[in-house]
Design a protein around this ligand. Structure first.
Ligand SMILES: [Zn+2]
Ligand SMILES: [Zn+2]
Length: 48
């Protein structure tokens, strides 16, 4: 699995969201999670 933000391979210490707009899964590593409060889906949705 890869972080959606930085494309880095993640094993543990990652978070997984499902976009409420399009249902696509977003994976974010610990670093990206610490860097930004919100995520942005490719469909344009932003959320916590
Ligand atoms: Zn990342
Ligand atoms: Zn989406």
């Amino acid at each position: 699995m890869k972080c959606t933000s930085c494309n880095k391979e993640v094993t543990d210490n990652y978070v997984r969201f499902k976009c409420p707009e399009c249902g696509k899964e977003t994976i974010r590593c610990q670093e990206c999670r610490a860097r930004s409060g919100a995520y942005k889906c490719e469909c344009g949705f932003t959320g916590p």
